[in-house]
Ligand binder design. Structure first.
Ligand code: LLP
Length: 426
């Protein structure tokens, strides 16, 4: 569900034709829909209402301040994984008490920064980290809450190996077998209180089942630890809910909730969720312009002005992003993202960027209506891990970001300039 739709052959974001935006803002540009962002947040909140969760939006998926402000106004907390993300959230006016901080390698400087900000929870990824937090909290004379990230040793079908995190022998969390002992030892700490359990099994998790398994293991552990007299009052089940890339293939918030909520009710636990992609992915597209088309052997290439530095997911994970011309004419509007009927004159193409690597593509072997130099092309489902993973590779200034609100739009991050490329160099 999103607010990007074709009308009379032109792509709109909410009530604005995207061609009107890029006439001023240029290409490549990320365009976000506020209504979509809001709706996805609300759907998760409504689906899980029975356990009254704290939703901590995962900043890494899309961290522009304007989007963080929208979510903050809806009541969202935030999941951060670096001092930089914490800085962003505070700049956007995020409530410190609703921030969770995860990550296997938090530096002393980042921990001190988070202590000073008085964040809600530190998600602890190792024993050594816990005792370091205790030491630094004591030095600042503060008492803090920690949630131990366990590795539940769960795999999930269809999750890329580079984004699967809940399997043994990934670097995340502590083995579930050692967790009870760690809770026991943590009772000896005076400033860091280990009162929560955290897990995040991967991203995206394409069915509710792996959550059911992982939460089952977590609840058994909580019971065991509580049996030993240790207080555990918080369970953070992480992120990983899927989004729509190829059609309407992913479970919805209500589908995940139907399986998960019954497990969590009446457990006397504060429940935290860390959704990123399921909120931001379908709230953004990347708009790019065709520079040239050409043939190479039997392949046809559509060369656009967005590249792997703007959107690295196809290159890095072989991810599929639906791509379609922004102004295909009324006859060629895609019915939905699965049934793009092929008609005569359509062409099978590789959509590629200008970067000097053959891995620089946005799509391969894709059937599209014929496009020509100057046409606009939209890359869908680009709101999550799009701009945040972008770089300046090949000395390409980063794209602009635009937020649409009904019939209005505004630039929320200006396109970088050549001066930005060299700004930090001394
Ligand atoms: N919580 C933790 C601890 C995480 O590590 C992540 C994502 C999330 C929450 C949010 O997951 P989400 O709800 O967005 O699935 N760059 C990859 C995805 C990496 C995800 C990393 N961790 C991609 O483009 O698919």
């Amino acid at each position: 569900m999103d607010y990007f739709a074709y009308r009379q052959g032109h792509l709109y974001c909410e009530a604005v034709a995207v061609e009107d935006i890029v006439r001023e803002a240029g290409t490549p540009t990320y365009i976000y829909s506020r209504a979509t962002l809001t709706e996805h947040y609300r759907r998760i909140a409504a689906a899980f209402a029975a356990v009254n969760p704290l939703i901590c939006y995962s900043v890494k998926s899309c961290g522009n301040l304007a989007l963080l402000r929208v979510l903050r106004e809806l009541g969202s907390g935030f999941d951060v994984v670096s001092g930089g993300e914490l800085f962003r959230v505070l700049q956007a006016g995020g409530e410190p008490g609703k921030i969770v901080f995860a990550g296997v390698g938090k530096t002393d400087q980042e921990i001190n920064q988070a202590l000073a900000a008085d964040i809600g929870w530190f998600n602890i990824e190792s024993e050594e980290e816990f005792w370091n937090l205790e030491r630094l909290a004591a030095a600042q004379g503060r008492t803090v809450r920690g949630a131990l990230r366990i590795n539940p040793d769960i795999s999930s079908r269809g999750t890329h190996r580079k984004t699967l995190t809940g399997k043994k022998e990934t670097k995340f969390g502590v083995d579930i077998e050692r967790a009870a002992e760690l809770f026991e030892q943590a009772r000896g700490a005076s400033h860091a209180r280990l009162t929560g359990l955290h897990l995040h099994i991967g991203s995206p998790i394409l069915s509710p089942q792996p959550y059911v398994e992982a939460i089952g293991k977590a609840l058994a552990l909580i019971e065991k630890v509580r049996g030993g007299g240790v207080l555990v009052d918080t369970l953070d089940i992480g992120g990983g809910f899927a989004a729509f890339y190829e059609g309407h293939e992913a479970p919805r918030a209500v589908d995940y909730a139907a399986a998960i909520v019954p497990l969590l009710q009446e457990r006397s636990l504060r429940i935290i969720l860390e959704p990123g992609r399921s909120i931001s992915c379908n709230a953004g597209i990347l708009l790019t312009r065709v520079q040239y088309t050409k043939r190479g052997g039997r392949r046809k290439f559509v060369i656009v002005d967005a590249a792997m530095n703007d959107l690295i997911r196809p290159t890095l994970y072989e991810s599929y992003h639906f791509i379609w011309p922004a102004n295909p004419g009324p006859a060629r509007e895609p019915a939905n993202r699965l049934s793009t009927l092929r008609i005569s004159g359509d062409e099978q193409v590789d959509v590629v960027g200008p970067i000097c690597e053959s891995g620089d593509y946005l799509a391969r072997d894709r059937w599209l209506p014929a496009v020509k130099r100057g046409d606009l092309v939209a890359v869908f489902s680009a709101g999550a891990y799009g701009f945040t993973m972008s770089s300046q590779y090949n000395a390409r200034p980063r794209a602009a970001e635009v937020l649409v609100e009904g019939g209005q739009w505004r630039v929320i991050r200006r396109r970088e300039t050549y001066q930005d490329l060299i700004a930090g160099e001394v």
